[in-house]
Design a protein around this ligand. Structure first.
Ligand SMILES: [Zn+2]
Length: 323
């Protein structure tokens, strides 16, 4: 796996820094040591959010709604965000991040209630600390079952050169880093409800990005946690497990919820967005699929297509034909 933003951005940024500094190859090299995505941090949107546990070295934790915590990992290029949603009886941990630092100890400092884990989908950057928890829900798909066996390859790519910003945790071992296997305690499906005590969360199946992609709806409080179906950065829709027709149907479904929502909470980069983004997302992905907007090649087999402030990382047309 790699960045949520274009590798091309790094090249462009280094070049412009070299010019600004009056050229010189040392300026280019210095820029290359700090990835461009890292230089863009902290993202300005975080200034308005309420930070908690400020001394946590790897995670940044923000209280984004009453009893809702966004647990952000700004030192790795995915900038993954997991969420802890707390009720009076139990709490749901929606995703467990990269598995680079000890997430369990952080969420234990946020709540003493029993914690159940539910994943927005089972890509490596959302399930890294699943193994730390006793109870993990899983969507009833082959993709979920296969990912629950763990893997090394995707995890290793997450710590390659240019993927880390700042320090890895002291006890982290890059050589042995892998997504550890986890046990699925209970299979769940579209419409499944979890009663947290004073708060109910409902699974909205949104296949597309992956077959097991879900959004999580807190209807009474107007919150929709969107995983990788929507986040405010280029949305990845190029992997073999992505089904674009299913993705469009899923974003149409969540856009229909927008009038009753107060906040949309995605799984990368920035945790809060306005619900009006969802109908605009439908228009954008439909337009891009109709050939509108701007498309640029991204490596040999992908294109990044942008329109109306949205961008999508898609399989290049020639690569799709080979599938
Ligand atoms: Zn993903």
């Amino acid at each position: 796996m790699s960045w949520r933003r274009s590798k091309l951005a790094l090249v462009v940024a280094c070049f412009s820094i070299a010019i600004a500094n009056g050229a010189g190859s040392r300026a280019v090299m210095a820029a290359a040591e700090i990835p461009a995505w890292c230089k863009a941090l902290p993202r300005p949107e975080y200034a308005a959010l309420q930070r908690v546990l400020p001394n946590e070295p790897w995670f940044e934790v923000y209280k984004v709604a009453p009893q809702v915590f966004a647990i952000y990992e700004p030192h790795q290029s995915e900038e993954t965000i997991s969420y802890l949603i707390v009720g009076t009886k139990q709490a749901v941990l929606f995703d467990t991040g990269m598995g680079i630092a000890d997430l369990r100890s952080v969420v234990r400092r946020l709540t003493s209630r029993p914690i159940v884990v539910l994943n927005s989908h089972t890509h490596d950057d959302h399930v890294g600390d699943n193994w730390q928890f006793d109870f993990v829900y899983g969507m009833d798909t082959d993709f979920t079952r296969s990912n629950a066996k763990g893997s090394r390859e995707d995890a290793q790519a997450e710590i390659a050169s240019g993927e880390i910003c700042g320090e890895l945790p002291k006890n982290f071992n890059p050589k042995s880093y892998a997504t550890k296997p986890w046990r699925i305690s209970r299979f769940v499906h579209d419409g499944f409800k979890i009663n947290l005590g004073g708060r109910t969360l409902e699974i909205v199946a949104t296949p597309g990005h992956t077959p097991d992609a879900i959004c999580l709806l807190d209807r009474a409080n107007g919150l929709l946690f969107t995983g990788d179906t929507y986040y405010p950065a280029p949305i990845w829709l190029f992997r073999p497990e992505t089904d674009l027709d299913a993705y469009v149907a899923s974003v149409q479904r969540i856009a229909a919820l927008a009038p009753d929502l107060k906040l949309v909470l995605g799984a990368h980069n920035i945790p809060v967005a306005q619900p009006s983004v969802l109908p605009r997302l439908v228009t954008a992905i439909e337009a891009v699929r109709a050939g509108k907007g701007e498309s640029k090649p991204e490596g040999a087999d992908k294109v990044i297509s942008s329109i109306d402030g949205f961008s999508f990382l898609l399989r290049a047309p020639s690569a799709s034909r080979l599938k």
